[in-house]
Design a binder for this molecule. Structure first.
Ligand code: ATP
Length: 488
């Protein structure tokens, strides 16, 4: 049985077997670090998206949503700094031709070293941080050579120089490649929000502080893409940029840090709190005056799930500079210090940015359980996905004991009664026990069995996924039971 520590391979296999997530282009042997969501994965994804959207847009009067295009004017990426700075230092092994992100190579080496010489591992990591922050590529290569860090494929120390590698995918607009301009697939959704700041502020009559939320695809040519849907080349982000009066950003940053952590707790429960932690950035990006990650204890350890950044007025100022359009806001609230309106300024921004796919991996990590149900008489086990009902793909399975004797018709009537309120699943094949196990594997919280007694007294057996308990309830109460659990 997979233990909690090593259950990523089991989760990956389960996702494929039960229609959650498939490797992309599988019949052509797949495409590295790209995945397709199957029939149940897409429901899980939609439910998480809806919860995020609701918590941002519906629960806050001063936040609205947009959906900006993936293709944007190429100058946007110059203004944002992505053309010049969105890169990672890489090194290639000359024998295997395998390319590594320098920080991953060094971290991997130190992870092994940790067991035998923790002090040295810590020293190497600290040195790497200093070299990275100084963009000292010669020093980084020397660090790799001095410590004899080897390529996992060739086993040699034969390295190229360290070089920067831009993570943006580019393509051409127009039909004649020569005459056309290079454009980029967006590496983040945030810039689509910044360039619509004026549009939304004016048409939405938004008053500072206000936010703009967006869910959408982002693309990064990740060199070392690993960890299943943790690091993909095509992924989805749920981002919100909150525009505030300069000088108030610290307070809003603290507000959003707490609010975002609470969102994770609201979905999965405060009893899961020990699986989350904040990681405050010591080395800040050039545009930030405060930043942290919410890290989650994924099967491969604590890693970033969400970023919260106080981005100052960097982005809007850059877009003002490059577009020559005034990215200003007129604030007619009275400044108590001067007794005059605050007047014109470029707002400061606090950003929350969570990966949708990483949120799904987080949900799967919480939910996936292999349970030993053996009794002295019989060996037994089940795999169950204990999703909170709000994100479970299917809420109710309707299972007639058999197709004949009118049981299927009663089941179909129940399906018709419920289908406008939540997703139900109908299954008439296999024994009831097998069907229950299949529903456990899909994470369905409720199963209802229609049997001959239903015809006599209008009752059904309801079976609860987590406890596996069963009880008789009125058929007419089933929809209400599920709705009550869903809206609790
Ligand atoms: P990392 O350090 O893990 O590469 P990042 O700091 O580059 O992440 P951000 O640019 O802050 O990530 O993006 C915001 C969020 O988008 C991340 O917290 C993560 O959840 C998600 N994300 C970023 N890159 C990927 C990726 N390649 N695959 C899946 N999700 C991603």
């Amino acid at each position: 049985m997979a233990t909690e520590q090593n259950n990523l391979p089991a989760i990956i296999a389960h996702c494929k077997e039960y229609g959650f997530i498939f490797p992309s282009s599988e019949i052509y042997d797949g495409l590295s670090a790209v995945y397709d969501y199957g029939q149940w994965g897409v429901e899980l994804k939609k439910n998480i998206k809806d919860l995020w959207w609701k918590s941002m847009v519906y629960m806050n009067e001063n936040i609205v949503g947009i959906d900006s295009a993936i293709f944007m004017h190429p100058s946007i990426w110059k203004a944002s700094g992505h053309v010049d700075n969105f890169s990672d230092p890489m090194i290639d092994n000359l024998d295997s031709k395998k390319r590594y992100r320098v920080d991953h190579l060094v971290e991997g080496y130190c992870e092994e070293l940790l067991v035998s010489n923790k002090q040295l591992a810590d020293e190497i990591l600290a040195k790497m941080d200093t070299l990275l922050s100084n963009d000292d590529f010669v020093g980084l290569k020397q660090l790799i050579i001095d410590n004899q860090m080897k390529c996992a494929v060739s086993g040699t120390c034969n390295w190229t120089d360290v070089r920067q590698f831009n993570l943006m995918f580019s393509t051409k607009v127009g039909s004649v490649a020569d005459e056309s301009d290079t454009i980029y697939l967006r590496p983040e959704t945030a810039q689509g929000i910044f360039v619509n700041f004026l549009n939304v502020h004016k048409t939405g009559r938004m008053k500072i502080p206000f936010g703009i939320a967006q869910i959408g695809k982002a693309f990064r040519n990740e060199i070392v893409a690993r960890g299943f849907i943790f690091r993909m080349r095509e992924f989805e982000q749920m981002e919100m940029q909150f525009f505030v009066r300069p000088g108030t950003q610290k307070e809003w940053y603290e507000h959003w840090k707490a609010a975002r952590m609470q969102w994770h707790m609201d979905i999965f429960g405060t009893d899961k709190a020990e699986k989350y932690r904040f990681h405050d950035h010591v080395k800040l990006a050039h545009y930030a005056d405060a930043a942290c990650d919410i890290e989650f204890d994924f099967p491969m350890g604590f890693k970033e799930l969400e970023g919260i950044h106080s981005r100052t007025d960097f982005d809007l100022t850059q877009h003002q500079l490059f577009s020559k359009k005034k990215m200003q806001y007129f604030d007619n609230d009275i400044d108590e210090a001067t007794g005059k309106p605050y007047g014109n300024y470029i707002p400061y921004v606090v950003e929350t940015s969570v990966g949708l796919d990483r949120s799904i991996l987080c949900a799967l990590t919480h939910a996936y359980q292999e349970e030993d149900l053996s009794t002295p008489e019989k060996q037994d086990a089940r795999v169950v996905l204990k999703f909170p009902i709000k994100i479970a793909p299917i809420k109710l399975a309707v299972l007639p004991l058999m197709k004949k004797d009118g049981l299927a018709e009663i089941a179909k009537d129940l399906m018709n009664e419920c289908r406008d309120s939540f997703l139900c699943f109908y299954e008439e094949k296999d024994s009831i026990g097998k069907r229950y196990r299949r529903m456990d594997a899909l994470g369905t919280p409720f199963c209802v069995t229609i049997d001959h007694q239903t015809k006599e007294d209008g009752t059904v057996t309801i079976r609860y996924r987590d406890s596996m308990e069963q009880e008789r309830v009125q058929l007419s109460d089933v929809k209400g039971i599920v709705l009550k659990a869903l809206h609790n």
